[in-house]
Ligand binder design. Structure first.
Ligand code: CA
Length: 229
C-alpha cells in the first residue's frame, strides 16, 4: 500500500527537498506551509505519517501535536519532528507531547528515509507479513527467506526470529532480558548469555555482506539494529 505523508514545513527549499525524496521513494505526499493548512489537511484521506516543522506561521509544532492527539481520528498518526540543532528543549517537549521521533536539520535524504521507515515500522503492526528491507538486507516473513544483496542466507529458526524482531523494531535498544522475552518467550528458561550466542551467529551469517554492522552492541544496555554506522 502506498503511504501518504503530510509535510508541514514553511521553508520552501526544505519542503522541496523532502518532497523530492518522498516522490523518488514511492511515497505520496501532501504539503502545508502553515499551521491552518496543516489542520485542514489532517482529514480524510488521512496521512499515514506527519513530518512536522517546529516554528510555523500561525502556530507551533507543539500545538499541532496537541490538536492531533485530541482527535480520535488523528491521534494514532505517527509524527516525526523536524528540529534545528539548537532546539533541544523543543525536542524534549515534542517527544513528551506525543511525537514519535525527531530529525535534526540539516539532514540527508538517506537519514530522512531511514527515520520515516523506522517510525512507520514501529507504529504499524499490520505490516507483519510484508517484507522488510534495510539497504540490501531483506527479510520475507511469508517465506522465512533472508537475502543479503540478493544472496540467500541460511539461518536457524531462532536466528531468524531474532533478526526478524530487530528488523521490525529498528533504531531501538533492547536489553538481553527484553530480547529473551520477545524472541524466546517468557515461559522459557534460558540464560542471558544465550542472547549473546545467537547474536554472534546472526552476525556471522551477515558478515560476508557487511550487514553485521547493523546489529550493534550498546555498551551496558544491550543490542540495537540500526542502519547508522
Ligand atoms: Ca519553520
Amino acid at each position: 500500500m502506498i503511504k501518504r505523508i503530510l509535510v508541514v514545513e514553511d521553508e520552501a527549499p526544505i519542503r522541496e527537498m523532502i518532497s523530492l525524496v518522498l516522490e523518488q521513494n514511492g511515497f505520496q505526499f501532501i504539503e502545508a506551509a502553515d499551521f491552518s493548512t496543516a489542520q485542514t489537511l489532517l482529514s480524510e484521506p488521512f496521512p499515514d505519517l506527519v513530518l512536522l516543522d517546529w516554528m510555523l506561521p500561525g502556530g507551533s509544532g507543539i500545538q499541532l501535536i496537541k490538536y492531533m492527539k485530541r482527535e480520535s481520528l488523528t491521534k494514532e498518526i505517527p509524527i516525526v519532528m523536524l528540529t534545528a540543532r539548537s532546539e533541544e528543549e523543543d525536542r524534549v517537549m515534542g517527544l513528551e507531547s506525543g511525537a514519535d521521533d525527531y530529525i535534526t536539520k540539516p539532514f540527508s535524504p538517506k537519514e530522512l528515509l531511514a527515520r520515516i521507515k523506522a517510525v512507520m515500522r514501529r507504529t504499524s503492526p499490520v505490516i507483519e507479513h510484508e517484507s522488510i528491507s534495510f539497504a540490501g538486507l531483506t527479510l520475507e516473513p511469508d517465506s522465512h527467506r533472508v537475502t543479503a544483496d540478493d544472496e540467500m542466507l541460511v539461518m536457524g529458526p531462532t536466528e531468524y526470529k531474532l533478526l526478524h524482531f530487530f528488523m521490525s523494531h529498528p533504531e531501538r535498544v533492547y536489553s538481553r532480558e527484553q530480547l529473551l522475552n520477545q524472541v524466546w518467550g517468557t515461559n522459557v528458561y534460558v540464560e542471558d548469555r544465550t542472547v549473546d550466542v545467537f547474536i554472534r551467529r546472526v552476525r556471522r551469517t551477515l558478515e560476508p555482506s557487511g550487514y553485521d554492522k547493523m546489529l550493534q552492541t550498546v555498551r551496558g544496555a544491550g543490542y540495537r539494529f540500526s542502519t547508522r554506522f
